[in-house]
Design a protein around this ligand. Structure first.
Ligand SMILES: Cc1ncc(COP(=O)(O)O)c(C=O)c1O
Length: 388
């Protein structure tokens, strides 16, 4: 059978670097090895009860069974604006500067369709969450890679972007606190981004999915706190990690009105918004007492300290992260990311090779702190039993 030829964009998807790991994982599992998965960035903790209760009640109400408004319920957008005001001191107009999303991934993936013409350039960090590059490519655009390296504290070096590229660029993606490097950014960096974006007519897309997952009293800033941010930027946020709601699919974007409008125009032609019962649960999450967030941070702080200590004792080189639930760790001398990952897998410990997030991630691997304490302790024991 000839079959149907797929669109070229699918052929342009980067090679699936986890294929070999998936194969190896299946092989190790088939041998009966107990697997400790530190690969996936999906919280193991449950959604807090008060949010589940709000959802249960909302599901019963027939008013929530119809199509929602594509841009979000009035109340949800107000709850987002109030949360921004309380958390960041940022003033937002709920009607024109907030849009609800079916998870922040959905919004990030759709934004290039609103701004990228075939051949246009987007500035994309690497290593990074893969959606920035893939969404640019799906819209017909080209990514210009901004490498994130330790020498530059995993911030992109804007002065290294050639002026002819900066002039052509329409969009720029950044993400702090960062996945996968766990790096954080301050307002001084955001100010530099705004200056660069202003000069080159670039729209900034800041992915802020991890601002609430921060340790030792550190409070990561919003891009929107920087002067002039609303002129050039849209900030993406998610309830996924803050409230352990990855499966619920709810997030939002805030900031530049024209960008909210542009993204809304794409969305209104593709999806029909977020199930209202989920938005009502989201309102509860954003408006209620935030002690559940504090409790989550305390759990991850303990896990982080345990893992950083254990890995350092095992001879690994890593920084203790100020934010996110990731550890970004150098592979030992003489290993590639893939070799190290495969060797750990032999012992049933699944981690993610750094080059899976882009070539500049080679030489690192990522651990997600998404297992209970006893499993992390077991992982450390297994790692220590290996000779690196
Ligand atoms: C950097 C980053 N942005 C966005 C997302 C997507 O989150 P959501 O569940 O809101 O789609 C993730 C999920 O892992 C992420 O790591």
């Amino acid at each position: 059978m000839g079959g149907f030829e797929k669109a070229e964009r699918l052929g342009k998807l980067p090679p699936y670097l986890f294929k070999e790991i998936d194969r190896k994982k299946a092989e190790v599992m088939a041998r009966g090895v107990d697997i400790i998965d530190l690969g996936v960035g999906d919280p193991d903790l449950p959604t807090p009860t008060h949010i589940i209760e709000a959802m249960k009640a909302a599901v019963e109400d027939p008013a929530n069974h119809q199509y929602p408004s594509y841009s979000g319920m009035h109340d949800f957008k107000y709850a987002v604006a109030e949360w921004y005001e309380r958390r960041f001191g940022v003033d937002l107009d709920p009607e024109s500067e907030v849009v609800s999303l079916i998870g922040s991934k959905e919004g990030i993936a759709h934004l290039p369709l609103a701004y990228i013409n075939p051949g246009d350039v987007a500035l994309v960090p690497s290593p990074a969450y893969p959606v920035y590059h893939i969404a640019t490519m799906f819209a017909g655009g080209e990514s210009y890679v901004m490498p994130l390296v330790r020498e530059n504290t995993f911030l992109p070096d804007l002065s290294a972007v050639p002026s002819h590229v900066a002039e052509r660029a329409k969009l720029m993606f950044i993400n702090y606190p960062n996945n996968p490097t766990a790096a954080v950014a301050d307002l001084e960096f955001f100010n530099k981004v705004i200056e660069f974006a202003d000069k080159n007519d670039i729209l900034v897309c800041h992915d802020a999915a991890y601002t609430e997952m921060a340790y030792d009293g550190f409070r990561p800033p919003s891009f929107m706190e920087a002067d002039g941010a609303k002129e050039v930027a849209l900030e993406f946020h998610s309830l996924s990690k803050t409230y352990n709601m990855t499966g619920w699919r709810i997030g939002f974007a805030v900031g530049n009105r024209a960008m909210v409008d542009g993204l809304g125009a794409i969305k209104s032609n593709i999806d029909s918004g977020v199930f209202q019962a989920v938005q009502i649960a989201g309102i509860k999450a954003l408006r209620d007492d935030q002690s559940c967030v504090q409790e989550m941070v305390e759990v991850y702080t303990r896990r982080r300290d345990l893992m950083v200590k254990g890995l350092r004792e095992a001879g690994f080189e890593l920084d203790s992260p100020k934010a996110t639930f990731y550890l970004w760790i150098r592979v030992p001398q003489g290993y590639t990311s893939a070799q190290l990952t495969t060797q750990l897998l032999e012992k049933g410990v699944v981690v993610t090779p750094g080059n899976g997030f882009g070539e500049p991630g080679e030489g690192y691997f990522r651990i997600a702190l998404t297992q209970k304490r006893d499993r992390l302790e077991e992982a450390i024991e297994r790692i220590k039993s290996m000779a690196f």
